[in-house]
Design a protein around this ligand. Sequence first.
Ligand SMILES: [Fe+2]
Ligand SMILES: [Fe+2]
Length: 225
Amino acid sequence: MTNLSAAQLQIIENARQYMIQILDNETTSHDIGHVFRVEKNAVFLQQTEGGNLFLIRLATLLHDVGTPKENEIGGDHAVYGSEMAFDFLKSEQQKYPETISDADISAVSSIILSHRFSSGQKPEAIEAQILQDADRLDALGAVGVFRSVYSMGSLRMLKCLTGIDKGSSKKTVYTKDPVEGFYAYMSYKPQEIPNRLNTETAKRIAKERLEFMELFEKQLREEND
Ligand SMILES: [Fe+2]
Ligand SMILES: [Fe+2]
């Protein structure tokens, strides 16, 4: 178990408050609850996989802060988030110059840059591998079912209200029957995730969570078809 100093814990807390402020009105599945679950997953993975806990906690808390900007103007929230985290941590460095170095700030920024599922990048640093895995695990299990349905609903609502078809990994979001859309979604993204995980601990958790999703889908088919 890695012990963090009081100053490190204070920077982590400040990062949490910064993230909450930015994602406060987020209506996609990259919301505050998602970030907290990713943080919990990442802390768990770090216990067996190692890596610098301070960097991992900062990167997980800040990894999706670029989402509102992507929603607003398009582009890539990983790129926006890495820049925003860099600027935020530079301002923290003014307050805690002994606690966070330039190398730490660059590391957190690059961990965030490589996190995106669709980027297909496999990072070398264990801290970046852990963030990718922790983020991907949040698309699996009961929470994975919940997030996919929630996200399909919010994207359909956006289209209904504004006419905007927002690009999404849920390519089937606009199928006429939403349940068919869910089956189609289940047939690709959750199945792909275990092959794209980096750490053995995450692969083991993914297997259990995927089994639950398959059970859910089976039950849904029995009740719905
Ligand atoms: Fe993300
Ligand atoms: Fe995320």
